[in-house]
Ligand binder design. Structure first.
Ligand SMILES: N[C@@H](CCC[C@H](N)C(=O)O)C(=O)O
Length: 277
């Protein structure tokens, strides 16, 4: 069967976006992995499916699959691309779009300069909500990994994140420590692992080893989790510029348990295509 798709990216975190409002397809985990292959398929970090809402108060339903075929709860860069996609394809003419995610909702606002702001909802900090194995809640936990102790903050932005504060992102052990922590037994659902260098109270550098995708050029939920972790540790202010390998995101969080994390950044279309599945 021939399927229409759009290749998009948010700061180099790249996506295959498929409209399931006007087309019907079913994709197995194995098929997602094949499509994600950068040599034998289309190549992407995540597959985004645009579906009609199940809740009439929402505009769309948003489903996300990692390159390894696993379905995930949230994707910040994907959410911005989602907003541009539904507007460019004239599936809506709204500037403010409400989407259902696997475990919540996100509100997307498209500005006249085409930047997209995502209301990511409030972070979850209780260990069992992340999920993370710990007796009680703390801003920093010590985790044993291959005979070393690593200080890590844990945050759920709908999906699980661990955040380390390190001296220099250029020399951070993202490719070695990233996969070990991603699959660590204290993260029963695995986790995305961020390595954050503090430049000032309003500016950080960040690299993220993503669950199910490896290191990406940017991770939106990772940027939000890093700012929340920095706020919990008392290092960061409310408004923070996050420099990722693919570019910058602006993230703000007032710090209250019900306060949403707001993230603003770009979204771009690379090409339109059709593929036999
Ligand atoms: N790239 C994303 C996050 C995608 C999901 C993540 N890999 C997970 O498994 O939770 C972003 O921009 O947030």
């Amino acid at each position: 069967m021939l399927v229409r798709f759009t290749k998009m990216h948010g700061l180099g975190n790249d996506f295959m976006v498929v409209d399931l409002v006007t087309q019907r397809i079913r994709l197995s985990e194995d098929k997602v992995r094949k499509l994600a292959d950068r040599h034998l398929g289309i190549g992407f970090d995540q597959l985004l499916l645009v579906e009609p809402p199940t809740n009439p108060e929402m505009d769309f339903r948003y489903r996300i699959y990692n390159a390894d075929g696993s379905e995930v709860e949230h994707c910040g860069n994907g959410a911005r691309c989602f907003a541009r996609f539904v507007r460019d394809k004239r599936l809506t003419n709204k500037d403010v779009i409400a989407v259902e995610t696997a475990n919540g909702k996100a509100i997307l606002t498209i500005f006249p300069d085409n930047q997209v702001e995502v209301d990511m909802g409030a972070p979850e900090l209780l260990p069992k909500a992340v999920p993370f194995v710990a007796q009680e809640q703390s801003a920093v936990y010590s985790v044993d990994v291959e005979s070393q102790h690593v200080d890590i903050s844990v945050v759920s932005m709908g999906n699980p994140h661990g955040v380390l504060v390190i001296d220099d992102t250029d020399s951070a052990p993202v490719e070695t420590l990233g996969p070990l922590l991603e699959a660590h037994t204290r993260f029963p659902a695995k986790a995305n692992i961020g390595f954050m260098q503090i430049l000032s109270s309003t500016e950080v550098k960040l690299r993220v080893y993503e669950r199910g995708a490896g290191e990406t050029m940017a991770c939106g939920t990772g940027a939000c989790a890093a700012v929340v972790a920095g706020r919990l540790r008392g290092i960061l202010d409310e408004n923070v510029k996050v420099h990722l390998p693919g570019g910058d995101l602006q993230v703000s969080w007032k710090g209250g348990e019900k306060d949403s994390v707001m993230m603003t950044g770009p979204a771009a279309t690379v090409f339109e295509g059709q593929v036999f599945i």
